[in-house]
Design a protein around this ligand. Structure first.
Ligand SMILES: CC(=O)SCCNC(=O)CCNC(=O)[C@H](O)C(C)(C)COP(=O)(O)OP(=O)(O)OC[C@H]1O[C@@H](n2cnc3c(N)ncnc32)[C@H](O)[C@@H]1OP(=O)(O)O
Length: 205
């Protein structure tokens, strides 16, 4: 497989890949100033033949990861999870999703494409996560939580059972979410409160 994005996030994905003894063929990045990541040379100029084995887009920012996936002229690699992640066999993943060490994902959860379930995160039973979601390290989703496309749950945040989080929303680090979160909203604190929206026309401060 290839990695696209020679970032800090890519370093952690390399750990997953090593734990699974999969082979990395190329590390790619748009920035020609980045020439290496660990022992891997990084290339910024390449033809379609480089992409044929499948690529994981290793960019932490959800919007930028989507932009790169949308323009990629080749297949996305299957979902991959660290050998030290605890994943129930009933869990379904979309392609390009990565699960870091010590994450736990419980029964009948469905996770979309190109998501990140980061180190030590908990995604409980019966959750549904859209594409391009990022659950940050040590964040916890209780049972039956729904997270819409592109939303980012910050480090150490907690979401109580059955909550629905809309698309492209942000939950701040350490927040405790006890009410549904609309699309594009940013929620912080305990209990979580909306502080802004991505689209100014929706702003309700
Ligand atoms: C491996 C990895 O590193 S994975 C990456 C994990 N990353 C994260 O978890 C990042 C999470 N991001 C945050 O928590 C950010 O602070 C955000 C997204 C919630 C807000 O960021 P910004 O939009 O830049 O907002 P800004 O910093 O201007 O803060 C706005 C207000 O919210 C407050 N605020 C910001 N974040 C939080 C928070 N997590 N909890 C409580 N209050 C917060 C600020 O104090 C500020 O309050 P004020 O208006 O009274 O001064």
């Amino acid at each position: 497989m290839n990695l696209y994005g020679a970032s800090g996030h890519a370093k952690v994905v390399i750990d997953i890949i090593h734990s699974r003894m999969e082979e990395i063929h190329y590390v790619l990045d748009d920035n020609p100033a980045i020439t290496g990541l660990y022992d891997y040379p990084v290339i910024s100029s390449f033809g379609p033949e480089v992409l044929r084995r499948g690529t994981l887009v290793t960019i932490g920012d959800n919007e930028i990861r989507k932009k790169v996936v949308d323009r990629l002229d080749g297949p996305i690699f299957k979902a991959i999870y660290h050998a030290a992640a605890a994943v129930d066999p009933t869990v379904e993943f979309g392609e390009g999703t990565v699960v870091m060490a010590n994450a736990s994902i419980n029964a009948d959860t469905i996770i979309g494409k190109n998501c990140i379930i980061n180190t030590g995160a908990t995604v409980e039973h019966d959750c549904v996560l859209g594409n391009y979601v990022h659950i940050s390290p040590n964040a916890a989703l209780a049972g039956g939580v729904v997270v819409g496309e592109g939303s980012h749950i910050g480090i150490g945040a907690v979401v109580i059972p059955g909550i629905k989080i809309g698309k492209w929303a942000t939950v701040g680090a350490g927040a405790v979410v006890i009410e549904d979160v609309p699309d594009n909203a940013t929620v912080v604190g305990n209990p979580g409160k909306i502080i802004k929206y991505k689209n100014e026309e929706n702003e309700q401060r």
